[in-house]
Design a protein around this ligand. Sequence first.
Ligand code: NAP
Length: 282
Amino acid sequence: MAETAKIIDGKAISEKLRGDIRKDVEALINDGIVPGLAVVIVGNNPASRTYVNNKKKACAQVGIHSEEYALPEETTQEQLIALVEELNGRPDIHGILVQLPLPKHIDDEAIIAAISPKKDVDAFHAENVGHIMIGDHKFLPCTPAGVMELLRESNIDVCGKECVIIGRSNIVGKPMAMLLLHQNGTVTICHSRTKNLAEVTRRADILVVAIGKAKFVTADMVKPGAVVIDVGMDRDENGKLCGDVDFASVSQVAGYITPVPGGVGPMTITMLLKNTLTAAKL
Ligand code: NAP
């Protein structure tokens, strides 16, 4: 069967935005400021290693200076906070990213709280979360910001639309809801205790899925013509990368759909570059 949905090409949109970011970085460097990002990774999580490598590569692509701090698994919370504080004080480092998840003996929240809100390019610090709530933010969390850019670049207007998000994490679901609300969407957030999930999702003009379960959303859960944004990064039964949305069936009913890979993923890293540039400008 032929696909009916238009594919939102996150890779192409991302490349375009990275071109704009590169120009801004060059202008800043001409003014004597080299944007600098510190990336901290603790332990040997292979997925985290891949994300960190991709982030470093993307920085190099646009001319942002990046420094990696790879710490052993047994690093203590105190040692990690000491490093964050040292980076907070470095004038040549504008953004600090601590790759999550951290080893179990380290409290993620304590580390996020230690990062200067001015260098918090993930926008996870409570101060930045508050600004996102109010709507006067300087940084937006990278994945939801990337989703908003995908919608904007695809000329999809959010105003007055029924927006349904599946997932309520602090990293994706909750800030996603705020950003859609700021754009005047009518927002519903679903989670594991939501009753009659398919009934709710079928109301959506814009459906954002961030649950972490391979191919969970099927065609019967989607209104014909809806915009479906798949944040998931999962593995299918053959170990192949896939999303939370069953692309094969949903692309038959949706109006727009993001693929995995090549949808939200590249945009997340692009928004990190944008936040680092913003931090350097500030
Ligand atoms: P998370 O913290 O594990 O949150 C998952 C959410 O999904 C929770 O709110 C959970 O509900 C909800 N959920 C789980 N099972 C459900 C079900 N059967 N029905 C309805 N809701 C259900 O995950 P996350 O960090 O937000 O990440 C979600 C996915 O996005 C993962 O695949 C992750 O790898 C991916 N991701 C991708 C990017 C990217 O750049 N593309 C960035 C971040 C995350 P409860 O709250 O009730 O438990």
